[in-house]
Design a binder for this molecule. Structure first.
Ligand code: CAA
Ligand code: NAD
Length: 282
């Protein structure tokens, strides 16, 4: 099987890694050579981590790396069986990309988006075959978290849906749940208002960021607190998701707190920029 992964940031590199570990040929498309180099470095670091923790043999690590090609030319995806889009959470950019994928991959079985919140129908609508457009929503970090939400738009066909689910479940070994095509799908519709509430709590001086995070780790056995989680997700992505949720549901719980807007404007994007609610070594 040959698959294209468009966008090689936090999520695209994780998706490419799990595909390559399952012996799928992957082509990662990035917007610049520098971004493609960063994707390669991120994937190789994660594979090395797998070897160090004993989850991957040295031979499997080499084989996985050899299954991934990197390019900045989307035409290099021609002939792929399917594509998964993982570019920035920006609806116009995704719409433009799906129209391009539709033209480059006329015979692909499915075109999936890893969007956190953009309704899938909006992406399918600009293609000639919306029946093969669907959501495969992976979770961060992709090599660690088993879940994939499978999202069917009102136009997605059974064949594409079954093929995509079988790819995620049987080939990649992920656990799938189904979601209607509503902003945020199942998990983010629940998770993001919680993270935004934590930011509001911090912003208002109700409690310190450390105490908010410690409270949820020690009091509710979450693996990390909501402010550290915001930094892991990326504050630009979190802001974009909150905007999509608000646009769809008009629920005040999804309104971005002012401090989140200011941090994104300042380029404080969380782990990926080295600073968000916390600071991170390079
Ligand atoms: N790549 C590969 N492996 C990784 C990894 C990565 N990026 N990060 C961690 N791991 C592995 C480590 O190798 C380690 O494996 P071993 O136990 O075999 O050594 C294991 O995961 C645990 O890692 P650490 O000990 O370094 O760190 P930790 O125990 O603090 O766990 C964490 C880190 C996995 C991030 C954990 O804190 C966690 O699961 N946090 C919650 C993450 C979460 O909620 N994600 C969802 C975000 S929302 C989303 O994804 C949807 C959206 O649309 C925004
Ligand atoms: P990111 O900022 O880490 O990566 C986005 C990448 O897309 C960048 O490397 C950028 O260079 C690249 N890119 C932008 N436009 C492109 C184009 N036209 N062609 C090719 N590459 C392009 O973002 P991310 O966290 O990886 O998020 C990617 C997608 O996954 C978003 O839709 C996001 O909502 C979703 N998502 C994110 C998380 C998370 O926790 N961060 C979890 C699940 C889903």
């Amino acid at each position: 099987m040959r698959i294209g992964v468009v966008g090689g940031g936090l999520m695209g590199s994780g998706i490419a890694e799990v595909c390559a570990r399952a012996r799928v040929d992957v082509t990662v498309v990035e917007s610049s050579t520098e971004a493609a180099d960063r994707a390669r470095a991120r994937i190789e670091k994660s594979l090395d981590r797998g070897v160090r923790s004993g989850k991957l043999s040295a031979e499997d690590r080499t084989a996985a790396a050899e299954h991934i090609a990197y390019t900045t030319d989307i035409d290099d995806l021609a002939g792929s069986d399917a594509a998964i889009e993982a570019i920035v959470e920006h609806e116009p950019a995704k719409r433009e990309l799906f129209a391009r994928l539709d033209a480059v991959l006329p015979d692909a079985h499915f075109l999936a988006s890893n969007t956190s919140s953009v309704p899938i129908m909006k992406l399918g609508a600009g293609t000639t075959k919306p029946e093969r457009v669907l959501g495969l929503h992976f979770f961060n970090p992709v090599p660690v978290l088993p879940l994939v939400e499978v999202v069917r738009s009102i136009m997605t066909g059974d064949a594409a849906l079954q093929e995509a689910r079988s790819f995620a479940q049987d080939r990649l070994g992920k656990v799938c749940i189904d979601s209607q095509d509503r902003a945020g799908f199942v998990v983010n519709a629940l998770l993001i208002p919680y993270v935004l509430s934590a930011i509001r709590m911090y912003e208002s001086g109700f409690a310190s960021k450390e105490d908010i995070d410690e409270g949820m780790i020690k009091g509710c056995a979450h693996p990390m607190g909501p402010l550290a989680l915001a930094d892991l997700i990326g504050l630009d992505t979190l802001l974009a998701v909150s905007q999509s949720l608000y646009e769809e549901f008009r629920d005040p719980a999804s309104v971005a707190p002012a401090v989140l807007n200011r941090m994104v404007e300042a380029g404080l994007l969380g782990r990926k920029s080295g600073r968000g609610f916390y600071e991170y070594a390079a």
